[in-house]
Design a protein around this ligand. Structure first.
Ligand code: NDP
Length: 328
């Protein structure tokens, strides 16, 4: 038996999440069984702890999009009992039982080995949000971004993706301009390495001129919507924007002019199905380049029992810092 946060749905369609003892025989199919140590909390987890937002197909369900732990049994030659591993994405915690449990069973391809320099707790302070920030930086660099080309813009900077993006860019020698709608986060963003704070209102207006002055050497955008449309016209010739999120909306009311007259690139980032090799490379770079002391200072510790409350909070935009869930 192991402990898990189980979501059940009654005949009226109402869901209820509570910690239960679960028989190991109920674990889903997979090649690797992991003794989970830590998980975290994403917006999608809030949906899956609650009514599901269309993500969960079958109940009873165990949410938890990300987890890190120790391999207990493996049918795959890449993993042996005792190996430390991390999982993000692959619809785990949505269509497959996830990390809000002391045990998980998953496909070997969904895991990556945890770099020695990171603890399982550190890995969950990074989580999908941090991995996504690193994948965005890797995409920008693959399209020619280098330090010294000018400021790199990060939107939604005080959020999960934006905070890690700011810290990673700064530790790699980039000049970081952080866009935020919360002026009270200025000290926090400067401590992460931002050298310039851009008020959200500066980029709030919709596109009037298709091309504005060339300012940004690149951008990691967690916001999307009209802000992404606007900033495209401010990116330097041949520069790239990594489109990561939709915190400001899914519409893109943009002009194509920056693509045609400045060769600007818009790069899509999908962390959920990122192939194994790139994920493993990204985790190695996170271990080597992310200032973990800064991230550890943002950790909000939690336990399985806290998750129903935290799930509701994240859906209302009330969660600050990185929630790290000790499932034991
Ligand atoms: P958070 O909620 O932690 O951060 C989002 C930030 O965006 C907020 O902190 C805020 O930053 C800013 N923001 C919120 N609402 C608005 C708005 N209306 N207009 C402008 N800015 C706004 O989310 P995450 O950092 O975890 O995720 C960011 C986005 O990336 C989400 O949309 C998420 O779904 C997506 N995502 C995508 C992934 C992928 O694989 N592509 C993986 C992970 C996340 P501030 O207060 O500083 O202004």
């Amino acid at each position: 038996m192991f402990k898990a946060l189980v979501v059940e749905k009654d005949e009226d369609g109402a869901t209820r999440a509570e910690v239960q003892e679960v028989d190991e025989a109920r674990l889903p199919e997979g090649d690797v069984t992991v003794a989970v140590e830590y998980s975290t909390l994403n917006y999608k987890d809030g949906l899956c702890i609650g009514p599901g937002g269309g993500l969960v197909r079958q109940y009873p369900h165990v949410p938890g999009v990300d987890f890190a732990g120790t391999v207990e049994a493996s049918d795959d030659p890449r993993y042996s009992p005792g190996d430390k591993v991390v999982l993000t994405g692959w619809r785990v915690g949505e269509t497959h039982w996830g990390g809000y449990a002391q045990k998980a069973r998953v496909k070997a391809d969904w895991l990556v080995p945890l770099p020695d320099a990171l603890s399982t707790r550190d890995a969950m302070a990074v989580g999908t949000a941090g991995l996504t920030a690193m994948l965005a930086l890797m995409a920008l660099e693959a399209h020619g971004l280098e330090p010294g080309q000018g400021p790199v813009l990060v939107t939604g900077a005080s959020g999960g993706v934006g905070s890690v993006a700011t810290a990673l860019l700064a530790s790699n020698g980039y000049e970081v301009a952080a866009v935020t709608g919360r002026p009270e986060t200025e000290d926090y963003l400067r401590d992460l390495g931002a050298s310039r704070i851009v008020p959200r209102a500066d980029l709030a207006e919709t596109v009037k001129k298709p091309l504005e002055s060339e300012v940004w050497a690149g951008c990691i955008d967690a916001v999307g919507g009209p802000m992404l449309a606007r900033l495209l016209g401010q990116v330097k010739a041949r520069g790239s924007v990594a489109a990561v999120g939709l915190a400001g909306g899914t519409e893109l009311p943009a002009k194509v002019t920056p693509f045609l007259l400045r060769g600007v690139n818009l790069l899509g980032i999908d962390s959920v199905t990122e192939p194994y090799d790139a994920r493993a490379r990204a985790w190695d770079r996170i271990a080597a380049e992310l200032p973990m002391d800064k991230l550890r200072a943002m950790i909000r510790p939690a336990r399985l029992d806290d998750l129903p409350g935290l799930g509701a909070e994240i859906l209302k935009g009330q969660v600050r810092g990185r929630v790290v869930v000790d499932v034991n």
